[in-house]
Write a protein that binds this ligand. Structure first.
Ligand SMILES: Nc1ccn([C@H]2C[C@H](O)[C@@H](COP(=O)(O)OP(=O)(O)OP(=O)(O)O)O2)c(=O)n1
Length: 129
C-alpha cells in the first residue's frame, strides 16, 4: 500500500515535480494536454462545489463538519490545486511568480485607504461576516 505522508509545508515547485513524475511514470504525459487539464480542473471544481451544495451558508472554520467531511474537502481542494499546478507547468507559466505578481497588481488596483465604490466591491460580503 502507498505510504501517505503528512508534511508541514510544501512548495509549488515540489508539487509541480510530483505531478510531472506521476504522469511520466504512468505514461500519461500524452493525456496531460492544456485542454484536458483545464477540463479536469473544472471537473474537480465541480466536485468541490458539490460538497457545499444545498448546505446554505456555512460558518468559517466549518465547526459543525465531521472530520471525514473535512478530509473529503481537503481531497477536492487538493485535486483543484494539483491540476492547476500541472496546467501551469504544461503551459510554461511559473505559477508562483505569476501569483505573486498578481497579488501586487491587486494591491495597486485596490489601494488600502481609498474609499470609493471601485474599492468597495466586496463591501456587502464583509459586512455580513
Ligand atoms: N489523468 C489523470 C488522472 C488523475 N490524475 C490525478 C490528479 C488528481 O489529483 C487526481 C484525480 O483523480 P480522479 O480522476 O480519480 O478524481 P478523484 O480523485 O476526484 O476521484 P472521484 O472522481 O472518483 O471522486 O488524480 C492525473 O494527474 N491525471
Amino acid at each position: 500500500m502507498t505510504e501517505v505522508s503528512e508534511r508541514e509545508c510544501v512548495t509549488l515547485e515540489e508539487l509541480k515535480k510530483k505531478m510531472a513524475d506521476f504522469a511520466r511514470e504512468r505514461d500519461w504525459d500524452q493525456f496531460h494536454s492544456p485542454r484536458n487539464l483545464l477540463l479536469a480542473l473544472v471537473g474537480e471544481v465541480g466536485e468541490l462545489s458539490e460538497i457545499f451544495q444545498w448546505k446554505g451558508e456555512v460558518p468559517k472554520g466549518l465547526p459543525d463538519w465531521k472530520e471525514e467531511e473535512k478530509v473529503h474537502l481537503g481531497e477536492e481542494l487538493s485535486d483543484v490545486l494539483l491540476y492547476l499546478v500541472r496546467l501551469s507547468d504544461i503551459c510554461g507559466v511559473d505559477l508562483g511568480k505569476a501569483a505573486l505578481r498578481k497579488v501586487q497588481l491587486n494591491a495597486i488596483k485596490y489601494p488600502v485607504k481609498l474609499n470609493n465604490d471601485d474599492n468597495n466591491n466586496n463591501k456587502s460580503f464583509s459586512e455580513s461576516d
